[in-house]
Design a protein around this ligand. Sequence first.
Ligand code: FAD
Length: 481
Amino acid sequence: MSALETAIYGSSVFAATAVLPPARAPLALDLDVDVCVIGGGLAGLTAAREVARRGWSVAVLEASRVAWNASGRNTGFVLPGFGQSPEIIVERVGLDHAKALWALSKAGLAYIRETIREHEIAADASDGWLYVSKTDRRDDMQAEAELLQALGSDVDVLSTAQVRSKLKTPYYFQAIDFPEAFNIHPLNYALALARLAEEAGVRIFEETPVLSIDPAGVRKRVVTSSARVRAAHIVLAGNVHLGRVMPDISQTLLPIRTYVVATRPLGEKLGEAIEYRGSVSDTDWADNHYRIVDDRLVWSGRMTTWDADPWRFAKGLRRDIRRVYPQLGDIEIEYAWTGTLGNAVHRMPQIGEVINGVWLASGFGGHGLNTTAMAGNMIARAIVEGDTAWRLFLPFEMIWAGGMLGRGVAQASYWTYRTKERFAARASRQAERERQRDAEKTARNVPRSAKPPVGDLRQRVRDKRAKQVASRKRVPKLTKD
Ligand SMILES: Cc1cc2nc3c(=O)[nH]c(=O)nc-3n(C[C@H](O)[C@H](O)[C@H](O)COP(=O)(O)OP(=O)(O)OC[C@H]3O[C@@H](n4cnc5c(N)ncnc54)[C@H](O)[C@@H]3O)c2cc1C
């Protein structure tokens, strides 16, 4: 990869192992199409491809290179569901509505799997996702799994022993196992999607930032610095970068940066520490998401609501890895990168027709792989066939994200959550160690005092305290950002 390409795609292990196509030419002449898509990330590319496959003419205008941001820099976990927790979705819209949304998210997941399989894209990696708890809370995990099953997900709860047989760390207790999830090479997938869109007839213009749009009338106008596009429909798929094109919409997204590192190849010790080949997220919702890629550990976390150099976080992420897997020893980080995802206040995607003929596909958060595929398909069907499935997202309206204040609040709640989670995790481990000590004592038949069982009483108090700390935090959001 050239220095310029590294600057565009980031110093990621995925960029280093992708075959980048030559840059596409910017838009130079005025163009008339049925649909103009703004943004060449996964949302825009999927929508464009699916509209073109239905026989309509489509142009994609991309400010930089396709998939240079979140779509090419993510960690590649393809999961069912949304950024918001299933409990809250059900609370908000009821079980039947939530089931319909869940089915759409699973259709997004199936679209990626099928596209990779059908076109033999070099992006297929491994199956499964484990959502592991750092506190001992079997009942909560069981309740969460039952809700997921009611929504239509094929999940199981793994016991602490089962988890620790796959992930060799005392750090974890129970887990929810998602065998239907899978993991991909995100950049190879996104680049292949752009190629498939072109094969379906889409014209992609890179280095073509859209400056403004005029959405009035039947033929809408899209203005770039070099030329204009006239289109019957516009799809806004610019994520957090849409900016001045539609400020009212841009201000409904909170930009979240996450940081990712990939270690140098770790050899046998990696397989000994992590026997599981799928991806793993633990209950620090913005931290500790990881998977093995070839012989490296790819680990993400440490969100910020401002821009920062990813190497600044590399040390912290290395510490996170060593805290969970000290047996990996003195690991070296070879790649460090970051990308920006967009979260709406309700942590659900923003999908729908915002003005007659102007469609929005945005706010995909940390579940952007399935949901961009879902949204792209849904919007294409809505435009060409008049399908109304997108209306299922109407309860998740656009809300101002609070500007700088909103960012400050989001950052503070992340720090608070993280601190609480760490205390709760420590209390759970401590309670477990004490239980083990007592069990060993009993097994060795250490004579107990004839007095009232003070040890037992103390133990009960400790267990109660650990439970209280753990229950202060409800089952966390099944989120990956
Ligand atoms: C580090 C990281 C890890 C992640 N891990 C996962 C994961 O494991 N699983 C998962 O499901 N999700 C994950 N996500 C989230 C997921 O990557 C995103 O939700 C998804 O890629 C968003 O896609 P998008 O097309 O909406 O946005 P983007 O990929 O940001 O694409 C938007 C595009 O629009 C272009 N654009 C914007 N404005 C204009 C304009 N005015 N003119 C022309 N072009 C414009 C931009 O240049 C950009 O290319 C992760 C995200 C990050 C950052």
